[in-house]
Design a protein around this ligand. Structure first.
Ligand code: BGC
Length: 907
């Protein structure tokens, strides 16, 4: 075998293709995208691997695909380096069809032969046409108490399977929440289905592969319904039925027999209804469950349902049914009590050691009729009793009545609680560590990021940020999980989105939620405070607020930067434009928006202490700053989408607002607005100041920080930008000092008071140990966790280069400070794993970097001399994968291709 072939065979072996995804999902079933986008990851042991071409094949038969038979669609060899979100360009997808696909690539070697084919993956379509649905809407017969808390209805339908089943799919949705059973088995492990969307306009359905659950002969499908967001208590005005009064199910079971025959079992008048053990279940209030009313075997056969009544057929106003494509809500963690004690109230307090969202699994044995009451809370009061004043109107109480046989294990169905402590009353036996188990529930988002430093308090902060995200990403990004709110607050989501996208894969999660942003957006372009918006209102009432409504622009842009998702930008562009055009109209002819009362820099430091004044930034400054910023982002979006005229128009508008901002709020010596930290943070972060004034403005900011002995004053809107602005203007020392400050107000102060999640307020528990105003004092709000983004990008040192969205091009530039001696960060990008790990080894700064194949990175080594830098122990210019290296002032900048690198910098 000639040497060249051997060489290329060796080269080829190092390139593999895998991690095939459709949209954001792996082997999804029930999607409704006609032309899905396909992505893959390249693994190569060689550095500097770039794809030069790809070939994709799609077919409805896996065998013929792997046998190389003629495929339904074959792209042929396409000269392109795209490996993420590549459009499927074959025949339009049809309903209920599984499409198998595979890909191979060229690149990274000179041989011209492609890589081996990837493993075969698939996607399966759901019901793409409204006409595909023949199932009706069914529900329990109407009662006088439909608008009141009432028992959860059970619906069931017996049917026969008469032949060998090849495949079976169950397509389901509901008004209210549903749990589905087939032959006594729970279908799937998803919770709170069909999820919360803007119900009047969009309602999700789920698709389940139920083939393994069917059996020949008698079968039963059953469903239990719950009030949920549809008709339960919702919002802070104590209202119910905000979307409707009657619960309903729409279910369509499609059985494909081996014979080729198909059969459907649909929701219709054949079904029967009754009520079961769930007496009431409310998201805020909790659940009351009487196990003596359980109907054992109700969702199985044989079962005598002659006592059951007929279902009612409903004809609700039809929202568009859309396939759910965001990660479902699931049980994600179990927590054991770290302490069990008796409270002065007489209750038994179980401390689960972590504030989170979910419920308690109760495990008890006792006489029938015994009722155990479980109350949930985030903190204990000074006496050691459960503190619940901050829950406001949310009862957060589960009541379980024993049926009195053997050991009983209970978990609620249609409620969730925000808590660390469980206070139990009525336990039939002394408590032990098995009596209560914490069940954490959340949207089941893949963890994509990790950040660990040599500072245990900063690691604790990172953990609190992640738990805050896990607690509040429950199908929608909520502000908090415990009180009578738990709403999709837009401002909180926009300030936290970038941090969220480091910690977890939020692509599908936000893609779903942004559809609701657009769906609930007012025709005027105004965006409601909360999404989905059950509060009603109009373009101004509960809507149209700077910093909150800008979510319509900021999150699509953040998702584009993080995932390179151009189609999401395209989809949201009309909504993005509508918002900035609306906000422009709200501003005066001088382009200054004077909105009067708005949230502004919500929960910025307020202080009655004259020696330590609070910091209130004018809502006109904030509104005008966000108007400028969002206009700028819309201009950049138009550029990405190739809408050059619109890009130029919005660019011009941005410039004009910028000038107006300077006229109105900036002095000739760089003083901005009310001289608050937020005023400077927004003005500099949004590029609103002339270059000549940036450093004097930044100096004024740093002076304020130092005058306050390195304490911050920022609220929801200023906080995300504060440290970025300080480090970008040469005040990195002040940034680190603020970050590692332990006294109030600071990010670490709550941790010194025992916090395990992010607090809504800087002083949820005041330095004198009293609690802040219970009317608004959540101990699980992620908004101030927006600092996580700065920690990843500056301490970990990984960031995206906006010229290479999706981390096609990354920046690796870790900063040292605050006595840190090491830190490591990693991020699962759409291209693969990006890592940066540094340590100080005596005087040497050592940095290990991993850059995914088909991407590149710019590595910055601060305060370094080019000739004092080594990679793999040798000078840079001799290294494979090092595309260039240069001295940039006091720093060294190295441009690298994909691969693993070990840099060392000696003084
Ligand atoms: C919510 C916040 C929200 C704020 C706006 C609060 O009640 O909890 O998340 O951003 O209101 O005012």
């Amino acid at each position: 075998m000639p040497l060249t072939v051997l060489a290329s065979a060796h080269l080829l072996a190092q390139l593999t293709v895998g991690g095939l995804r459709v949209e954001y999902l792996t082997n999804p079933i029930g999607i409704d995208v006609l032309q899905p986008r396909l992505s893959w990851r390249i693994a190569s042991t060689r550095r500097n691997t770039m794809q030069s071409a790809y070939q994709m094949q799609v077919d409805t038969s896996e065998t013929s695909l792997t046998r190389g038979a003629k495929a339904l669609w074959d792209s042929g060899e396409i000269l392109s380096d795209a490996s993420v979100f590549v459009d499927y360009a074959g025949p339009p997808a049809v309903s209920r069809t599984r499409y198998y696909w595979r890909v191979r690539i060229w690149g990274g070697d000179t041989s011209g032969r492609g890589s081996p084919w990837s493993p075969v993956a698939f996607w399966e379509t759901g019901l793409l046409q409204a006409a595909d649905w023949t199932a009706g809407w069914i529900g329990p017969p109407p009662t006088a108490s439909d608008s009141l808390p009432s028992p959860s209805p059970l619906l069931r339908r017996a049917f026969r399977v008469s032949d060998r089943v090849r495949a079976a799919r169950l397509y389901v949705t509901s008004l209210g929440l549903y749990e589905l059973y087939l032959n006594g088995q729970r279908v799937g492990d998803q919770l709170f289905t069909p999820g919360w969307t803007s119900y009047r306009r969009r309602l999700q359905y789920q698709t389940y592969d139920v083939t393994p659950l069917l059996r020949s002969g008698a079968n039963v499908v059953g469903a239990m319904l719950g009030d949920g967001w549809y008709r339960g208590n919702l919002g802070f005005f104590g209202q119910r039925n905000l979307y409707g009064r009657r619960l309903a199910l729409r279910a369509q079971l499609e059985i494909r027999y081996a014979s080729g025959r198909t059969e459907r079992v649909i929701s219709d008048a054949e079904w029967k209804a009754t009520v079961g053990p769930v007496l009431t279940s409310d998201i805020y209030g909790g659940e009351t469950y009487d196990a003596r009313r359980e109907l054992s075997g109700w969702a199985d056969a044989p079962y005598d349902d002659r006592e059951w009544g007929a279902v009612a057929l409903l004809d609700p106003p039809p929202p568009a049914l859309v396939a759910s494509m965001s990660p479902p809500v699931r049980r994600v963690r179990e927590l054991r009590p770290v302490d069990i004690r008796r409270a002065p109230s007489g209750e038994t307090i179980f401390d689960l050691g972590q504030n989170f969202t979910g419920w308690a699994r109760l495990s008890v044995r006792g006489p029938a009729g015994t009722t155990v009451t479980l109350r949930f809370g985030e903190v204990l009061d000074r006496d050691g009793n459960l503190y619940t004043a901050n829950l406001r109107g949310a009862g957060q109480t589960d009541r379980y009545t024993l049926r009195g046989k053997a050991r009983e294990v209970y978990e609620p169905h249609f409620t969730f609680h925000g808590f660390r402590y469980v206070a139990a009353r009525g336990l039939p036996a002394p408590a032990d560590s098995t009596t209560i188990t914490g069940i954490a529930v959340s949207s089941d988002l893949a963890q994509t990021g990790s950040l660990v430093t040599s500072d245990s308090l900063l690691n604790h902060l990172q953990r609190n940020i992640v738990w805050g995200q896990r607690s509040n990403f429950l199908d929608v990004p909520t502000d908090c999980p415990q009180r009578d709110e738990r709403l999709g607050w837009t401002g909180d989501a926009q300030v936290f989105a970038r941090t969220a996208a480091f910690n977890m894969d939020v692509a599908g999660f936000f893609a779903k939620w942004l559809s609701d942003v657009a769906a609930d957006q007012d025709p005027s372009g105004s965006v409601p405070w909360v999404i989905p918006n059950p509060l009603g209102g109009d373009s101004v009432r509960f809507a149209g607020t700077a910093g909150w409504s800008d979510v319509a622009v900021i999150i699509p842009w953040t998702m584009y930067l993080t995932y390179g998702d151009r189609r999401l930008l395209e989809r949201q562009y009309p909504s993005m434009r509508a918002w900035v055009d609306y906000a422009r109209r709200r501003a005066g002819s001088d382009l200054i928006w004077r909105p009067g009362w708005q949230f502004g820099d919500w929960l910025a430091l307020h202080s009655d202490d004259p020696s330590y004044p609070g910091a209130t930034t004018g809502t006109d400054l904030i509104a005008t700053a966000f108007l400028a910023h969002s206009t700028d982002l819309v201009s950049r979006t138009a550029t990405v989408l190739g809408r050059d005229d619109e890009a130029a128009a919005y660019r011009a508008r941005f410039q004009a607002i910028r000038e107006a901002f300077n006229r109105e709020f900036v002095s000739s010596t760089g003083r901005v607005g009310e001289n608050t930290q937020t005023a400077y943070a927004l003005a500099i972060a949004f590029d609103l100041l002339p270059d000549s004034l940036v450093s004097s403005a930044a100096r004024r900011l740093a002076l304020d920080v130092e005058a306050r002995e390195h304490h911050l004053t920022t609220g929801f809107l200023g906080t995300p930008y504060l440290l970025h602005v300080l480090d970008a203007t040469g005040h990195i020392g002040d940034a680190f000092a603020l970050l590692t400050q332990r006294t109030y107000p600071s990010w670490l102060y709550p941790i010194t008071r025992g916090a395990t999640t992010m607090w809504e307020r800087w002083d949820g528990i005041r330095p004198d140990s009293s609690f802040e105003d219970p009317g608004m004092n959540s101990f699980n709000h992620y908004a101030f966790g927006a600092v996580g983004d700065w920690m990843y990008r500056n301490i970990g040192g990984i960031d995206v280069d906006s010229a290479g969205p999706g981390y096609r091009r990354s920046r690796i530039a870790p900063r040292q400070g605050a006595g840190l001696t090491s830190a490591s960060a990693s991020l699962e990008t759409v291209y693969g794993t990006l890592t940066s790990a540094w340590r100080l080894n005596q005087q040497r700064f050592e940095l290990d970097v991993t850059v995914p194949a088909n991407t590149s990175a710019e590595v910055t080594l601060w305060d370094a001399r080019l000739d004092h830098v080594r990679e793999g122990g040798v000078p840079l210019n001799a290294r494979e994968g090092v595309r260039s290296a240069r001295q940039r002032g006091k720093d060294v900048v190295v441009d690298v291709g994909s691969g693993r690198y070990s840099f060392a910098v000696t003084p």
